[in-house]
Design a binder for this molecule. Sequence first.
Ligand SMILES: Cc1cc2nc3c(=O)[nH]c(=O)nc-3n(C[C@H](O)[C@H](O)[C@H](O)COP(=O)(O)O)c2cc1C
Length: 179
Amino acid sequence: MKIVYIVGSLAKESLNRGLAKALVAASPEGVEFVEAPINELPVYNRDFDGDFPKAALDLKAVIESADGVVFITPEHNRMYSAALANALEWSSRPWGSMSLFGKPVATIGTSPSGVGTASAQQHLRTTLAFFNTKIMGQPEGYIDANKAGLTPAGELNEGGRKIIEDFVGAFVDYVKANS
Ligand SMILES: Cc1cc2nc3c(=O)[nH]c(=O)nc-3n(C[C@H](O)[C@H](O)[C@H](O)COP(=O)(O)O)c2cc1C
C-alpha cells in the first residue's frame, strides 16, 4: 500500500512536519509513506494550464500513484494554510484532471493550542469533498502539540504516540476498505 502525505507548512521548524515524521514512524510493515513536496510550487494561476511546471507535474503524478492521501495541516487564521491551498489548486487542474478524484483521504494537523487545527481541517474537508474523495471521519486528528509532547523532530509523549498509532492504523484499514 502506498500512502502519500502532504505537509501544509513550509517552516523549517514545523510542528506539522514533526507530526509527519511521527506518522511515518508509526507506519506498519508493508505500508510505504511517500511525501508529495509542495515547497517548489509557484503560486498557481490558470495561465500555466497549457504548460505545467515540473514541480506541479510531479505533485500530480505522486498523488495519482497513491492508494490513499494524508493531509497534515497547520491552522492559519482558522483556515488551512495558503501553501496547502496552492497545492490543492495545482492538483485540481488543468480542468478535468483532479488528481485526488475519488481517493481515500484523511486529515490531521497540529498547533500549540487546544484547537488542534479543528477549524482548518473542517475547511479542508469541504474542499476534499468537492474532489469526490472518500474522507475518513474517525478517528479525528486534532493534535494539541503541547499535550502530545510533539516536537519538530517528531518526538511525542506516550499519550501522543498512542493517538498517532491509532490514527495510522485506522487509515490503513480505511484505505483497504475503500480502494
Ligand atoms: C498566520 C498564522 C495564523 C495562525 N492562526 C492560527 C489559528 O487560527 N489557530 C491556531 O491554533 N494556531 C494558529 N497559528 C499558530 C500556528 O498553529 C503555529 O504557528 C503552528 O506551529 C504552525 O504549524 P507549523 O509549526 O507546522 O508551521 C497561526 C500562525 C500563523 C503564522
